[in-house]
Design a protein around this ligand. Sequence first.
Ligand code: HPA
Length: 268
Amino acid sequence: MSTVTAVSPDGAAQLAIIGGTGFGELAGLVDMQAEIVVTPWGDAYIERGTLAGVPLLFLPRHGHPPRYPPHMINYRANIAALAQLGIERILAITAVGSVDPRLPPAAVVMPDQLIDYTWGRAQTFHDAEIQHIDFTYPYTESLRQALLGAVAGLRARGELLSFYPRGVYGCTQGPRLETAAEIARMARDGCSIVGMTAMPEAGLAREKGLAYAGLSVVVNAGAGINDQAVDLAAISAVMARGMASVRQILMALMLASAAQEGSVTGPA
Ligand code: HPA
């Protein structure tokens, strides 16, 4: 099984979780210490702690308390802060709507591609020089494989049912939800899920050379997929169910990482 090393030789965290709607705090984070990180792009709020004994950083994307809507998040400050702190891998958690009607509520999707429909966001750290990053595969395969390993372990124990290992994340500008025609167009484009926060976050992580993978919880059917209006305030039960699955995967990832660390640094 592919695992992910989460601790650097000096014991600092290498893995950061970016939490979104429904995942504004990381329950179970032990010895939590909150910190404001100052970056050239602005400040970011982070929490340090350990999960299953593994050092971890948690960054609530919408702020603490949550107050920045998707188009107002300072993505550059968030990613720059994690890079400054020596983080090498980011697991980004998002709540999304379905574009593929086969995706059930509370499904967890690990996207392997994305399409960026946002506009007017600060997209890059390189406004003053010519730099083009390769972004053919926006999600980092090694981290995806580590997550797949964690999911396989859970499934073998019958603990996790609704997981989709691939998907195309369509990132819209928001904050309004989409029209039915926009969701139909996204389906024609090949999107499977729709959210508002994967970009520019994923692109900025790539610019900093950080591994980046996502777990997206389907909290509603996209506009026009069924005959119901989309009401994100009314989805808390589905959200809680899906985010509980995300927590399971995260815990399994940490335990795998702890086991790997133990085999490297523990007594013979
Ligand atoms: N559209 C965009 N973003 C979302 C949705 C949606 O339907 N659900 C959760 N985030």
